[in-house]
Write a protein that binds this ligand. Structure first.
Ligand SMILES: [Zn+2]
Length: 400
């Protein structure tokens, strides 16, 4: 097994490093957990879990998560994009101190949300112009509600715009059931919940003409959220059929020519996850289970410290005792983080990504966003200003 540490750097990975990372996952047969984050607190919990699990990780933001990050108290058209950029900047500021590779990704983008996608791409292009890499490593387009031809055609157009920056594209064909982030597929035709090998191959055929950095979220009866077992059966073995069909059509030497993504992973059994990963799933989304874990930590804390949390002063140890060290958000938010960290670590274990990356020790020093992979524009500007003022002084001296 090639050591991941030798081929992929710590910190936010984009472009060729991202391709290397996902190739490694496909070859070695593991998947990377992709956890939805809606705050710097949840993002830090994911980074901490990845460091403790010695695993690469994917931090992803949904449209609703982006809007939440911008603040629920204001409404403006670009709120989701502004919040998504804010999350990316936060992660970029701290990721390298965790010493593991981090992929920045945006989640489902339906047709009506394309303005969000456009705005994120604009941010990627601006970041690319300054630092030589995009702000985000990867984005998802989910036009699975549209007819296949239209879904694929729109993906191809966007992929052309992303390819020069080497941004990964995840697309969805077939429908993930359930409800997530305001999209309700609870009553959809059950047959649409299973993508066919021909559909998957049609996507591969169209996108591979533009580039090789793409993955497909094919539906195999997966459902967003956690429900009681119902009529739809999760069939991860169907993913093997997609690989087999593509291999035959391409005459490919690769056992698993297609990068597959698993949505609706929350509530899946260990065997279902194993089968999915065996069949080429390199990324599994986790949202519902980590939402519960985050809440559960706070729930337990409130239960345990209830009598210390009823007023600023006064608790079982005395009527005049202060309670600041219980209601300080850093105390109770941390409790939520701790249980979320544990839950993400469980996913690293189940997906086989645990132990693949020996974390580097955090670098010391004042972090600058641009230091991570390119020249720092602030340093460059300062240097230019110093040179400029020295030249002015020189000219003044010569004129005397
Ligand atoms: Zn999903």
């Amino acid at each position: 097994m090639t050591s991941l540490v030798d081929i992929v750097p710590p910190g936010v990975v984009t472009g060729d490093d991202l391709l290397t990372l996902l190739q490694h996952a496909r070859t070695e047969g593991y998947a990377i957990p992709a956890v939805n984050c809606t705050s710097s607190s949840t993002a830090n919990a994911v980074l901490e879990a990845a460091r403790k699990s010695k695993s690469p990780v994917i931090i992803q933001v949904s449209n609703g998560g982006g809007a939440f990050l911008a603040g629920k108290g204001i409404k403006f058209a670009d709120a989701a994009a502004a919040g998504s950029v804010a999350l990316a900047m936060h992660v970029r500021s701290v990721a390298k101190y965790y010493g593991i590779p981090v992929v920045l990704h945006s989640d489902h983008c339906a047709k009506k949300l394309l303005p969000w996608f456009d705005a994120m791409l604009k941010a990627d292009e601006e970041f690319f112009a300054k630092f030589g890499e995009p702000l985000y490593s990867s984005h998802m387009l989910d036009l699975s509600e549209e007819p296949d031809d239209e879904n694929i055609a729109i993906c191809v157009e966007y992929f052309k715009r992303m390819a020069p920056m080497k941004i990964w594209l995840e697309m969805e064909i077939g429908i993930t059931g359930g409800e997530e982030d305001g999209v309700n597929n609870e009553n959809v035709d059950p047959e649409k919940l299973y993508t066919s090998p021909e559909q998957v191959y049609a996507v591969y055929d169209a996108l591979s003409k533009v580039g090789d950095m793409f993955s497909i979220a094919a539906a195999f009866g997966n459902v967003h959220g956690v429900y009681k077992p119902g009529n739809v059966v999760l069939s991860p073995e169907r993913l093997g059929k997609h690989q087999e069909y593509a291999r035959k059509m391409l005459n490919s030497p690769l056992e698993k020519p297609i990068y597959l993504v698993m949505h609706g992973g929350s509530g899946s059994t260990d065997d279902e996850i194993k089968t999915a990963v065996k069949n080429g799933v390199i990324k599994m989304n986790i949202d519902t289970d980590t939402q519960w874990a985050y809440w559960d930590g706070l729930r337990n804390f409130e239960k345990e410290k209830h009598d210390y949390l009823q007023g600023q002063i006064g608790n079982p140890t005395g009527a005049d005792k202060p309670n600041k060290k219980f209601y300080d958000p850093r105390v109770w938010v941390r409790k939520a983080e701790e249980t979320m960290v544990e839950r993400v670590m469980v996913s690293c274990d189940k997906l086989g990504s645990k132990g693949t990356y020996e974390p580097a020790d955090p670098e010391q020093g004042s972090p600058q966003i641009g230091e991570i992979n390119g020249p720092n524009p602030i340093v460059l500007m300062t240097a230019a200003a110093i040179v400029g003022s020295a030249a002015t002084l020189l000219v003044k001296a010569m004129m005397k």
